[in-house]
Design a protein around this ligand. Structure first.
Ligand code: OSB
Ligand code: MG
Length: 367
């Protein structure tokens, strides 16, 4: 039974600034939800960034909507499933829903002694890892950064692109590292449908996919774009639920999906999107949101399902943090091991976590 919930705000520096078409991140502004009872704690990590630039959600907003509208719905016997049902009437706010859902799920699985991977239907014990490479000040620097990740053993490179930093960097990486490198790009919504002819020039680089070239709301425009661009279309920001995923696939807006539990309201919805892709033979991969070890552990459990046929943005802890809040996830042979312990299978180093915590609030359940 749940006795209390803690909201924890913390911060951790990134090893290097991460630049995308929507902005630059230098630190991770964190919100953890801890669901406790009977000596156990279930953990959730909110994926929202500090500002509403990737999506309309942002971490202070998530905390507000959690406190005001979601936490009051939680009682001692709330489960991830009953919580998801009870917040169906709250529009949007997927990242806020996801962090609490994940903590509830982790709490119950820890009580039951079952790993999140087993619960979700994992079939792999380790997952292939790719890395997301931010926009760099110059092509030379980009080549150096990519070389470093290849040396680390990453099995797939994703380049962030934006208008003015697209064809030339992609050409340089393809030419330097050869045709065998698994390479893809992510535009984070920075283009318009009128850029279709320009984006089609990426076709010559034999990319695995192009991720979210157009704004989130323009799902149908991606279907039009897919008629001009031969590179497989992959959606990230647009896919907010299994219903959107089904419609996007039905109209040909994408042929690949980036599944991020935080973006779709949690692991239960993420599993539904996985199942849809699996049934239809549509390639899927597990995205990332610069998670610390807590969020990373849960993503690895999901990424171990059979429908994740492409390497994910499931990078090692060292990709982002000099010191992670958990035992670091280490790349071995281009793979990360899926945790096997109960729930997400890993605990934070509490002394270290407390040292990077700005504040923590206890919410006592009354019913
Ligand atoms: O679009 O996939 C994205 C990070 C923050 C917000 C959005 C995205 C990303 C990444 C990095 O590409 C993913 C990761 O390595 O965690
Ligand atoms: Mg993306």
């Amino acid at each position: 039974m749940i006795s209390g919930i803690r909201l924890r705000r913390a911060h951790i520096d990134l090893v290097t600034p991460f630049r995308t078409s929507f902005g630059v991140e230098t630190a991770r502004d964190l919100l953890y939800v801890e669901v406790s009872g009977g000596g156990l704690t279930g953990w959730g990590e909110c994926v929202a960034m500090s500002e509403p630039m990737y999506s309309s959600e942002y971490v202070d907003g998530c905390e507000e909507v959690l406190r005001r509208y979601m936490l009051p719905l939680v009682h001692r016997n709330t489960t991830a499933e009953s919580f998801t049902d009870s917040v169906r009437g709250i529009r949007g706010h997927y990242m806020a829903k996801a962090v609490l859902e994940t903590a509830l799920l982790d709490f119950r699985l820890r009580s039951d002694g079952m790993s999140l991977g087993t619960f979700l239907g994992a079939t792999q014990t380790r997952v292939r890892s790719g890395v997301s490479v931010g926009i760099q000040p110059s092509i030379d620097e980009l080549l150096g950064v990519v070389q470093g990740y290849i040396n680390d053993g990453y099995l797939r490179i994703k380049l962030k692109i934006k208008p003015g930093f697209d064809l030339e960097p992609v050409r340089a990486v393809r030419t330097t590292f050869g045709d065998d490198l698994l390479l893809q790009v992510d535009a984070n919504s920075a283009y318009q449908l009128s850029d279709a002819e320009h984006l089609a020039k990426l076709d010559e680089f034999n990319l695995l996919l192009i991720e979210q070239p157009l704004p989130e709301e323009q799902v149908a425009s991606h279907a039009q774009l897919a008629r001009v661009v031969r590179t497989p279309m992959c959606l990230d920001e647009s896919i907010l639920s299994v219903e959107v995923a089904r419609e996007a696939l039905d109209i040909g807006a994408c042929s690949i999906i980036n599944i991020k539990p935080g973006r779709v309201g949690g692991y239960l919805e993420a599993k539904k999107i996985h199942d849809l892709c699996f049934e239809r033979g549509v390639a899927a991969w597990c995205g990332g949101m610069l998670e610390t070890g807590i969020g990373r552990a849960a993503n690895l459990a999901l990424a171990a399902l059979p429908g994740f046929t492409l390497p994910g943005d499931t990078s090692a802890s060292a990709r982002y943090f000099a010191r992670d809040v958990t035992t670091p996830f280490i790349l071995r042979d281009g793979h990360l091991d899926v945790p096997t312990g109960p729930g997400i299978g890993i605990d934070p180093d509490m002394d270290y976590l407390d040292s990077i915590t700005d504040r923590a609030d206890e919410i006592v359940l009354t019913k």
